[in-house]
Design a protein around this ligand. Structure first.
Ligand SMILES: C[S@@+](CC[C@H](N)C(=O)[O-])C[C@H]1O[C@@H](n2cnc3c(N)ncnc32)[C@H](O)[C@@H]1O
Length: 325
């Protein structure tokens, strides 16, 4: 899902005011800090160059991951009406932009962020029309009180907080959730291990797990692999320059979990790999209620075959009439 045009334009305008070599250096430092989990004075970003590097290179990717997860929620919770969003560790407002694209009835967003520079940057960007926006400058490690909101989001932020606060934070956030709570982390073994911890905490708090898992039993991938998904996004020309002419696209990998406030019956199995679409068959790897299953769906299995051809990595497929290999 591409960024809205007005936002793309605003980002290009902002980064045109800084020298390319500064942006390249900041972007390399940022990737290095994230990859090696190295904070400077308690944060991964510490200068206005870091903020602009995040805006131009990470924001489009985390926006795409947010849109993927929100679309899945919209499909699962039919008739869902999201009017308010609480985004915790909001950065420059990525989740608010994604939520307003996928849930057009969004009227109100509360964005909590500790970094003053990122808040200022977020405030200087355009705002989706008809949205009442409230920025709150707060350090989540120093206490929190949350007002109720339909959708509660922690996008690529939980991992930046001390694990000591996770349980209390998630408990308070689940209480503040009126419809669904989403946690997204990078699609790496480390990001997935955090998602597994969140899953365990929210299950213990009686949250209703609705995605991506088709069940709340022990995760069948927990010991051998990591569950993650991917969104391909085009890089803007400036993004390509920052990456020194590398590919014109990138694949953002992410792991996530969604809990709903109300109990929901989930039918279907999750495609946990990119399906292989061959000429007369589709090969899929699915997370089902009874574990991981590999399946070859042939053209003869008409209805399911058509569904499988349309499905993508991360889709939910109804398995009822499948024969598993
Ligand atoms: C990787 S960024 C993610 C930003 C945004 N949610 C996104 O998906 O693009 C993590 C954000 O969490 C914020 N953060 C980290 N620790 C925090 C804390 N203790 N209190 C509030 N925000 C925090 C950081 O300042 C940063 O903006």
């Amino acid at each position: 899902m591409p960024l809205p045009e007005c936002l793309k334009f605003a980002i290009e305008e902002k980064i045109s005011k800084i020298k390319l070599r500064e942006l390249v250096a900041a972007s390399q430092n940022l990737s290095h800090s994230y990859r090696h989990d190295k904070k400077k004075n308690g944060s991964f970003m510490s200068s206005s160059q870091d903020h602009l590097a995040y805006l131009s290179t990470r924001f489009p990717a985390t926006f795409a991951a947010n849109c993927h997860v929100f679309k899945g929620i919209r499909e699962l919770m039919t008739g869902l009406n999201i009017e308010s969003l609480l985004d915790v560790g909001a950065g420059p407002g990525t989740g608010m932009w994604a939520a307003s694209e996928i849930f057009p009835r969004l009227k109100r967003a509360t964005l909590i962020e500790k970094d003053t520079g990122l808040i200022e940057l977020g405030k200087s960007l355009p705002t989706p029309s008809n949205l009442y926006l409230q920025w709150q400058e707060k350090d989540l490690e120093k206490g929190f009180i949350f007002e109720p909101h339909d959708l509660v989001l922690l996008s690529y932020s939980l991992g930046e907080l001390s694990e000591k606060v996770w349980e209390t934070l998630l408990e308070k956030l689940l209480k503040a959730t009126q419809k669904a709570i989403v946690v997204i982390e990078p699609g790496t073994p480390l990001g997935f291990s955090r998602i597994l911890k969140v899953r365990k905490i929210l299950i213990s708090l009686n949250g209703h797990l609705i995605a991506p898992c088709p069940h709340r039993d022990v995760c069948p991938l927990a010991s051998s692999d990591w569950c993650h998904f991917s969104e391909r996004l085009e890089r803007s020309s400036s993004h390509r320059k920052i990456k020194k002419g590398e590919l014109g696209y990138e694949d953002e990998k992410f792991s996530y979990v969604v809990f709903s406030k109300q109990k929901l019956e989930i039918t279907g199995s999750r495609l946990i790999r990119r399906p292989q679409k061959l000429s007369k068959q589709v090969r899929v790897t699915l997370c089902t209620k009874s574990g991981i299953e590999n399946k070859v769906i042939s053209k003869g299995e008409k209805e399911i075959y058509h569904k499988a051809r349309k499905a993508d990595w991360g889709s939910l497929l109804n398995l009822n009439s499948f024969q598993v290999e």
